[in-house]
Design a protein around this ligand. Structure first.
Ligand SMILES: O=C(CO)[C@@H](O)[C@H](O)[C@H](O)[C@H](O)COP(=O)(O)O
Ligand SMILES: [Zn+2]
Length: 189
């Protein structure tokens, strides 16, 4: 029997071979996100657990540095402010932690990248609903069958796998690709 690492590696490699079909959706999403930045908007990210880590990782690629030295790009992860998260969860509801911040911070013409492996996290669903009400373009970075977020978001990139960890590994590959596409579209590569 193979080791756990070799079994995970085989599962990961099988999944990577299924991702070619996502290329058009990723290219389109890269264009849309670049357009938001070009027109003076910002990109908000949100997610839970490992997807919270992905969210802040990708926001930092834009405000900080990805591959090239270039101007900072406007991005915020809604899952990083522990004071806002605990206040909103404590005084309102955990479901509202991203939606309330989004309503406070987002403007028409911004984008929200909603990251969820199940596509069904209630706080992410509420954030997408708030984004749509605010005129914000919504991109779902999802897994499994895309869950309820698939139909709710303006566009969705769905990693077709059942294992959360494998989906997250694909998400960060796709997220890094989106950052590269943004740099290329903005003429910054
Ligand atoms: O990183 C992992 C598992 O790999 C966990 O922290 C995972 O992100 C959490 O269980 C999340 O709450 C799952 O939420 P979601 O992806 O279904 O929206
Ligand atoms: Zn994880």
């Amino acid at each position: 029997m193979n080791s756990l690492f070799l079994r995970n590696l085989a599962e990961h490699q099988q999944l990577m071979n299924l991702l070619h079909d996502l290329d058009p959706a990723i290219a389109e999403a890269g264009q849309q996100l670049a357009k938001v930045l070009t027109q003076g908007g910002k990109i908000l990210f949100c997610g839970n657990g490992g997807s919270a880590a992905d969210s802040q990782h990708l926001a930092a690629e834009l405000t900080g540095r990805f591959i090239k030295d270039r101007r900072p790009l406007a991005a915020i992860a809604l899952n990083t402010d522990t004071s806002a998260l605990t206040c909103i969860a404590n005084d309102y509801a955990f479901e509202q932690v991203f939606a309330r911040q989004l309503t406070a911070l987002a403007r028409s013409g911004d984008a929200l990248v909603a990251i969820s492996t199940s596509g069904n996290s209630a706080n992410v669903l509420r954030a997408v609903e708030a984004a749509k009400a605010a005129g914000v373009y919504t991109l779902g970075l999802l897994g499994r069958d895309g869950g309820q977020l698939r139909g709710l978001c303006d566009a969705a990139i769905v990693v077709p796998h059942q294992v959360t960890a494998r989906i997250q590994e694909a998400h960060i590959l796709i997220g890094h690709t989106l950052c590269g596409l943004i740099e290329a579209e903005l003429g910054l590569d």
